[in-house]
Design a protein around this ligand. Structure first.
Ligand SMILES: Cc1cc2nc3c(=O)[nH]c(=O)nc-3n(C[C@H](O)[C@H](O)[C@H](O)COP(=O)(O)O)c2cc1C
Length: 287
């Protein structure tokens, strides 16, 4: 009998959703059921699934607050539900793995069969914009990884990331970001280039933006996902203190992938390690 996989996703600029949709396509193509939801959903029917995927972008080396709230809202597992986390991050640093420790611990407490998770590197939506060629190479790695990731999920095999011990206190301290963002986010503003299209409001994953006289008004619940800033077709949203870190406009994920020699110096070693780990693995014939 086919598996029933329920996937719940939080996304700001679309990266995590893009990865999870790809996993969903692979699962469906193998004849299994795949249902995709926003983490805002109530997850009332979770008991009808045998596998649960929870996806989110890494924010300051943590899982964002709506993910923690979602897990807290989940009903206690009345039967074993195999559960994996799917995270996307801008840097291929092991420090990002620490973002899995809190959600996994909470899920375990609720009786879910916690089997670990996966970490995908996707282009930055804050601080600086990656080159298109870099985004293309990242996406190429996602595509190569999907068959193996899908096999692990459908097989119900454990896949725990090795979370470095020292990374836990760093991640813990940086949870301060979750306190700061609602305050900083209140001061986001749209400038005169705003065309009142409402995309910022409709894409905000926590419903923090409303339109008032055609202009976005930012409420008290910003999680700093940068979705509004990134997706605005007119680059009109000014992210307050993060002005210098503004990144705008979707990546195409098309064209040529960047060559090793052209990878910029920032985290170069870590990107090379990440790309080669999965690209070279894909070249090795399967036994
Ligand atoms: C507020 C904020 C904090 C972030 N912190 C990290 C981080 O700690 N480590 C990292 O590698 N990427 C970080 N990123 C980058 C995102 O995790 C990355 O671009 C992700 O793929 C975005 O996914 P989304 O489009 O689904 O929101 C951060 C992005 C934002 C907006």
């Amino acid at each position: 009998m086919g598996k029933r996989v329920a996937a719940y996703c939080l996304t700001g600029s679309g990266n995590t959703r893009k990865v999870m949709e790809e996993i969903g396509k692979a699962i469906s193509s193998l004849g299994h059921g795949f249902s995709f939801y926003n983490v805002k959903s109530k997850a009332e029917n979770i008991g009808q699934s045998d596998t649960l995927l929870i996806g989110y972008p890494v924010h300051a080396f943590n899982a964002p607050r709506p993910i923690i709230d979602f897990i807290k809202r989940l009903p206690k597992a009345s039967k074993p539900i195999k559960t994996y986390l799917i995270q996307s991050s801008g840097e291929p640093l092991h420090l990002n793995f620490a973002a899995q420790s809190r959600p996994l611990a909470l899920l375990k407490k609720k009786g879910y069969e916690v089997l670990g998770g996966f970490s995908f590197v996707m282009p930055y939506n804050i601080i600086f914009r990656h080159k298109e060629e870099m985004a293309r190479r990242m996406w190429g790695v996602v595509e190569r990884r999907i068959p193996e990731v899908t096999k692990t999920i459908l097989g119900g095999e454990p896949h725990f990331l090795k979370i470095p011990l020292w990374s836990r206190p760093v991640s813990f301290v940086l949870r301060i970001e979750q306190v700061a963002m609602p305050l900083i986010g209140r001061h986001f503003k749209a400038n005169g280039d705003c065309v009142s299209c409402g995309l910022c409001a409709s894409s905000c994953p926590v419903g923090n933006i409303t339109l008032e006289k055609g202009l976005p008004k930012f409420g008290k619940h910003c999680i700093g996902c940068m979705g509004c800033v990134f997706l605005c077709p007119r680059a009109a949203i000014q992210p307050s203190l993060f002005k210098a870190w503004k990144v705008n406009g979707p990546y195409s994920f098309k064209g040529e992938a960047i060559k090793d020699k052209d990878i910029p110096p920032y985290c170069r070693k870590a990107y090379l390690r990440y790309f080669h780990t999965f690209e070279d693995e894909a070249k090795t014939p399967q036994k």
